[in-house]
Ligand binder design. Sequence first.
Ligand SMILES: Nc1nc2c(ncn2[C@@H]2O[C@H](COP(=O)(O)OP(=O)(O)OP(=O)(O)O)[C@@H](O)[C@H]2O)c(=O)[nH]1
Ligand SMILES: [Mg+2]
Length: 303
Amino acid sequence: MALFTGLIDKFRQGLRRTQEVVLRPLGHLLGLKKLDEDQLLELEDLLLQADLGVHAVDRLMLRLRFELKRSNEIDPKAILKDELLKVLHQQPTRPFVAPSTQVVLLVGVNGVGKTTTLGKLAAHLKGRGEDVLVVAGDTFRAAAIDQLELWGERAGVPVIRNQMGGDPAAIAFDGATSAKAKGTHWVLIDTAGRLHTKDHLMKELDKIRRSLQKVIPDAPHRVLLVLDATTGQNGIHQAEAFKQAAGVTDLVLTKLDGSAKGGVVVPILERLKLPIAFVGVGEGVDDLIPFDADAFVDGLLDV
Ligand SMILES: Nc1nc2c(ncn2[C@@H]2O[C@H](COP(=O)(O)OP(=O)(O)OP(=O)(O)O)[C@@H](O)[C@H]2O)c(=O)[nH]1
Ligand SMILES: [Mg+2]
């Protein structure tokens, strides 16, 4: 229970911007036991601004109108919570457990937070007492390799790298080989930021996958698509293309702390039909939290 309370606090902190900009004005409406037409429209508008998405908001408005006809007094906050949880529970998160060496690939467009997420994830898994090997698969920029080395130091885990411009598939192969030989629990592979439209970069991901499978046939076990919450619903289309091309298994939503569009979790889950594994709520090593639907909704609605 204490752990859950801590999680709600983390979500609350991460959702602060969303609350300040959009959800605080909602507070008085959610506290009402009756809503007139103007108030319903105001509520609808605010929920759309929080990027909850047209579908979810339409469904919620229908439900509110239905409940208002049915009874003299309603509890809008409880109804909203119920509707949000219905969506969020549809994509249960799959726990990160390592019965054998697990290979995790992080993919996404430029600057969304792949390397930072990988560093935090390495620290999180290491903190649970598991062995982690980090692979510098972004060989495009020297700075990317240095950035990853720093995260490796911070997390206290080894980083395997080749020189800038080297073949990411070759270094991924080396990482998987070493981890398999040593029985390392986790191999986390950073990749260069790419657009789903860049054919050769998508082919490079395929090549990484094929060389991993030479060593560990069912690798990669997880492909995390990293999405930046500050782009809100604009990122969804791009994410759909990635899902097809890169065999994405889970999502990570970063920069929730800097976004006023925290509600975007809802249309993301509805459209992509993939679980959110983690959420990034800052730049620090502890600012990655396992996604939890109940803690998220409690953090969001604590207006
Ligand atoms: N506030 C905040 N900043 C974040 C979060 N995650 C990442 N960042 C910042 O976002 C910026 C980009 O992060 P990177 O991890 O370098 O992103 P990337 O996807 O690896 O970028 P490329 O390798 O260039 O494609 C950095 O300044 C990070 O500190 C987060 O959850 N919250
Ligand atoms: Mg990077």
